[in-house]
Ligand binder design. Structure first.
Ligand SMILES: *Cc1c(COP(=O)(O)O)cnc(C)c1O
Length: 376
C-alpha cells in the first residue's frame, strides 16, 4: 500500500466548469472570477472578495494597500510557511517574529505587545493547521496601538472561534488555493475584507495598477485606451482558476466533516502511543482541520519521517521555524534560542495524510505504520 500525503478532490462538475470557460472567450479574469469572489465573501461573511494568483501575493498586496514598506515592521509568528514572512520582505518591511503557544503552534498573543516598536505597522497572525489564533486579543492590541491586522488564513477558510470566523476581526484576510490546500486550483489565492474602496484598489493592484481590466474594457464595446494609475503587481486570478474553485467552495463544509472524522480517528488511535504528543484544539474552536500534526520526541523526528516514507506513508514536516532560515539569520541576525517554543515545535512536528479521499483502509495503514515506527 502507498498512502499519498495529499490527493485533490477535483470532480466531474469542476472539470465541466473549466470546460465551459475553455469554450468561452475569456480565459483571464472575468465573470467566473467575479462569481467566485462573491461566493467566497459570502461564505466567510465578508463584504468583498478579491481573487489573485497566490496567498503570498495576497499577503503582499494587503501590506501594499496600507502603504507598509521600507522602514516598517510587521509582527508575525516564528512558525509558519516562509510565505508569511516573505510577503513582508517583498514590500521592503521587516518581519518581527514572536514565539508560539506550544499546545497549538499558533502565535502567542500574550507576547505580541512586547514586540511592538515605533516602527510596527501591522500584525500578521497565521491560523496554523486550521485553528484560529486568539483574534479577540490580537484585535484589542491592534486597536490600542493603531495597527493593521492581516490574517494569513491559508489553512483556515472554514474556521471559527468563540462565535467569530476567519476574517471577521482582521482588516484583510488572505487565502491560498495552492495544490495541497483545502480547496485548490493548483496555484491561486484570494483576499476578503469589509472595505469596498480598498477592494477596488486591490482589484487594480492585482493588474499593474491599471484603470480597467480586459473584461471591463471588452464590456464597454467602445475603444478605450489602457490607463495606469499606480505600480501594481501581475497577480489577477483567471477564469480557469475560478471555475475550478467555485464548486469546491460549495462542498467545503462537507469535506471538512470528512477531515474532522479522520482527525478524530487518528487522535483516538494514537492516544496510547507513549512517544507521541498530540496538539490541542482549544474549547470554542471549530478547526478547519487543514493538517493533522503530531509531535515526536526531540532528535527523533527526522528518522521517524524517513521511516514512515520508507513504509509508503506520505509524512511531511510543516514547518521549520522561519527565523532560522539562512536568509533571515544572515539578514537580521536571528539565531537559535530566540524563539525556543517555535524551535522545539518545529524540530518535532510530523504531518500525516489527512484529506477527504483518504480511505478507512489507508487511515488504518497510517495508524499501523505510525505505531510500528514509534514503537507502541
Ligand atoms: C500555503 C501557505 C501560504 C502560501 O500560499 P501560496 O498560495 O502558495 O502563496 C502562506 N501561508 C501559509 C501558512 C501557507 O500554508
Amino acid at each position: 500500500m502507498k498512502v499519498e500525503f495529499y490527493k485533490h478532490n477535483v470532480d466531474a462538475v469542476d472539470i465541466e466548469n473549466v470546460n465551459r470557460v475553455l469554450k468561452g472567450i475569456f480565459l483571464t479574469t472575468g465573470e467566473w472570477v467575479d462569481r467566485f469572489e462573491k461566493n467566497l465573501a459570502e461564505y466567510v461573511g465578508a463584504k468583498c472578495g478579491v481573487g489573485v494568483t497566490s496567498c503570498t501575493e495576497a499577503l503582499r498586496m494587503a501590506l501594499m494597500a496600507y502603504g507598509i514598506g521600507k522602514g516598517d515592521e510587521v509582527i508575525t509568528t516564528a512558525l509558519s510557511f516562509i510565505a508569511t514572512a516573505n510577503a513582508t520582505e517583498e514590500v521592503g518591511a521587516k518581519p518581527v517574529f514572536v514565539d508560539i503557544e506550544e499546545n497549538t503552534g499558533n502565535i502567542d498573543a500574550e507576547l505580541i505587545e512586547k514586540a511592538i516598536t515605533k516602527k510596527t505597522k501591522a500584525i500578521m497572525p497565521v491560523h496554523l493547521y486550521g485553528q484560529l489564533c486568539d483574534m479577540k486579543k490580537i484585535r484589542a492590541i491592534a486597536q490600542k496601538y493603531k495597527l493593521v491586522v492581516v490574517e494569513d488564513a491559508a489553512h483556515a477558510l472554514e474556521s471559527k472561534r468563540d462565535g467569530y470566523r476567519t476574517g471577521e476581526l482582521g482588516d484583510m484576510t488572505c487565502y491560498s488555493f495552492y495544490a495541497t490546500k483545502n480547496i485548490t486550483c493548483g496555484e491561486g489565492g484570494a483576499l476578503t475584507l469589509n472595505d469596498p474602496k480598498k477592494a477596488e484598489w486591490l482589484k487594480r493592484a492585482r493588474l499593474h495598477g491599471m484603470g480597467k481590466g480586459a473584461a471591463d474594457r471588452y464590456k464597454l464595446k467602445k475603444f478605450q485606451h489602457q490607463t495606469m494609475e499606480f505600480l501594481g503587481l501581475k497577480a489577477n486570478m483567471s477564469n480557469i482558476q475560478a471555475a475550478l474553485l467555485i464548486h469546491q467552495l460549495d462542498k467545503v463544509e462537507e469535506r471538512l466533516k470528512k477531515r474532522e472524522q479522520i482527525c478524530q480517528r487518528y487522535e483516538k488511535a494514537l492516544r496510547d502511543v507513549k512517544e507521541i504528543e498530540q496538539l490541542e484544539i482549544l474549547p470554542g474552536v471549530k478547526s478547519a482541520r487543514h493538517l493533522f500534526v503530531i509531535k515526536a520526541p526531540l532528535q527523533k523526528r527526522d528518522e521517524i519521517v524517513l521511516a514512515l516514507q520508507q513504509k509508503n506513508v506520505g509524512a511531511v514536516v510543516n514547518y521549520l521555524p522561519i527565523h532560522l532560515m539562512k536568509y533571515y539569520r544572515e539578514k537580521y541576525g536571528y539565531k537559535k534560542g530566540d524563539f525556543p517554543k517555535a524551535e522545539d515545535f518545529g524540530a518535532r512536528v510530523i504531518s500525516l495524510p489527512c484529506y477527504p479521499k483518504l480511505t478507512r483502509k489507508e487511515q488504518d495503514y497510517v495508524v499501523e505504520m505510525v505505531e510500528e515506527v514509534f514503537g507502541k
